[in-house]
Design a protein around this ligand. Sequence first.
Ligand SMILES: [Mg+2]
Ligand SMILES: [Zn+2]
Length: 158
Amino acid sequence: MKRALFLDRDGVINVDHGYVHTVEAFQFVPGILETIRSFQERGYLPIVVTNQSGIGRGYYTREDFEAVTEHMLRQMRRAGIEITREQVFFCPHAPDEGCDCRKPAPGMLLEAIARFDIDPAASILIGDKASDIEAAEAAGIGRAILVEKDRPLDYAIL
Ligand SMILES: [Mg+2]
Ligand SMILES: [Zn+2]
């Protein structure tokens, strides 16, 4: 079994400008690429789990999301992180759709755990909202770290 580093996207990987859906608006939080790489060197598989209700609300399309994702992954690989599209899970639903994947529901985490044979208890999640932490707890993730949105991670807590 593998251990994973689960990462929320907006506010953790990129600055949360609100419904970020263009490459131009996608700005990495300082230090996050180094953090992901250092976890990867310690044997953690990076997995992105992101609520993208802007799709369900009609603010942008799945194609917009995929274009931003492609850009994000390219920059990550350029920084030495090994990651593919399969490691990105997203919920496209609006809150009133009542899906099982929108955090705080654990659907995306459970799907990733099954697909990659991940040991949840040995895994970590980093999020900037209570809903991220609730999802981690519901999925049995061993450690959930709540960080301040858009702020570089404090290495002392890692
Ligand atoms: Mg967030
Ligand atoms: Zn969903």
